[in-house]
Design a protein around this ligand. Structure first.
Ligand SMILES: *Cc1c(COP(=O)(O)O)cnc(C)c1O
Length: 355
């Protein structure tokens, strides 16, 4: 039986990434040493770090105004680093879920924060679209994909101020117009690498503008100035990230990933809409291509535990929904093959036939 990994994060990685990383852990770049025991300043690892940063730039068409750094602390660390570095007086935030609201909480420590809209009273089941962003905001923060509630911003808002985005769960899933952003950040463990590294893309001339002193490690400039090597970086996750980035390039880059993602999500949502047992929880126009959330239809509520067991027995791993959303969530990140999605669809059909 094939087993498919639908966990939301840490989540599925390509075999290419896992095997190459396993090999480097045993013998890194023919040094006869493990990737885990070599100096991060040795030429072999410096080459990995540089190539990974360059590949992020190539794949996302990052303009020369921006720099890419790999930091520790997870995406959650960025909730404070963003306002620490970029919030001069006030910032605007869109509240689309648990992660967005955590980012808002941290920003309030640093200045005036306007929440332009929120979908909290509808359990974050949609993306608010009717709002205005004040022209004097230092930036407008969005969460492009809401991992827990399965919504995704399908049309990036047109605003007059720079955007800042948490792209933890949809970076590399579709093209991005990086020029519109003062900063983009993403924890690695959704679409790139094992947990431990966070990608940050910052516009260099947006830095050092806030009138406050910033601790060295929390200042983006520190890391930009040192080519993302100020201190010991998360060596193993960065190596793994490079493998995934090479794999994306091999498959045809980000537009090819987008095409695959659209295809995978479309067949799964079609099944959710067709199958009498299930229904989707996110507003149709805001459905995430990465995290597909669904529940049992009202009249079949009592089958929920049964489907969880049935799916697990069929090799569908990690489809339990987040505790704040309930039901089921199938995370179908870039590394999920279409065969995995088809297998899940088969499992849903089979369960419908049995009930
Ligand atoms: C997972 C996730 C986070 C938190 O990431 P950590 O690396 O655990 O701090 C933040 N934002 C989004 C959108 C996420 O999916």
């Amino acid at each position: 039986m094939n087993r498919y990994n639908f966990y939301a994060g840490p989540s599925i990685l390509s075999r290419y990434t896992i095997e190459n990383t396993a090999e480097a852990i045993l013998n890194f770049a023919n040094t006869g040493l493990s990737l885990m025991e070599v100096s991060h300043r040795g030429k072999e690892f410096v080459a990995v770090n540089d190539e990974a940063r360059q590949l992020v730039k190539d794949l996302l068409d990052v303009p020369s105004t921006h720099e890419v750094v790999f930091l520790g602390g997870g995406a959650s660390m960025q909730f404070c680093m963003i306002p620490y570095n970029l919030l001069k007086k006030k910032a605007s935030y869109l509240d689309t879920g648990t992660w967005a609201s955590k980012a808002i909480k941290e920003a309030k420590i640093f200045g005036e924060v306007t929440v332009v809209a929120s979908s909290k009273d509808k359990n974050y089941s949609f993306i608010p679209k009717d709002y205005t962003v004040a022209d004097d905001s230092d930036y407008f923060h969005i969460t492009t994909n809401n991992t827990i509630f399965g919504t995704q911003i399908q049309k990036i808002p047109q605003v007059t101020v720079p955007l800042v985005a948490d792209m933890s769960s949809d970076i590399f899933s579709r093209p991005v117009d990086v020029a519109k952003y003062d900063a983009i950040y993403a924890g690695a463990q959704k679409n790139l690498a094992p947990a431990g590294v966070t990608i940050v893309i910052v516009r260099k001339d947006a830095l050092n503008k806030a009138d406050r002193s910033i601790p060295t490690m929390l200042n983006y400039m520190t890391h930009v100035d040192k080519d993302s090597m100020f201190n010991t970086p998360p060596v193993v996750p960065i190596f793994a990230a490079l493998q995934t980035l090479k794999w994306y390039r091999e498959l045809g880059g980000i537009t090819a990933m987008q095409k695959l993602n659209e295809e995978k999500a479309a067949i799964l949502y079609d099944e959710i809409d067709r199958n009498r047992l299930f229904k989707g929880t996110a507003a149709v126009e805001d459905r995430s291509l990465m995290n597909v959330c669904f529940v049992m239809n009202e009249e079949y509520q009592e089958l929920e535990a049964g489907f969880a067991t049935f799916a697990a027995a069929a090799g569908m791993i990690g489809i339990k929904g987040h505790r704040s959303a309930g039901g089921f969530r199938a995370s179908i990140y870039n590394a999920m093959p279409i065969d995995g999605v088809k297998a899940l669809i088969e499992t849903m059909k089979e369960f419908e036939r049995k009930n």
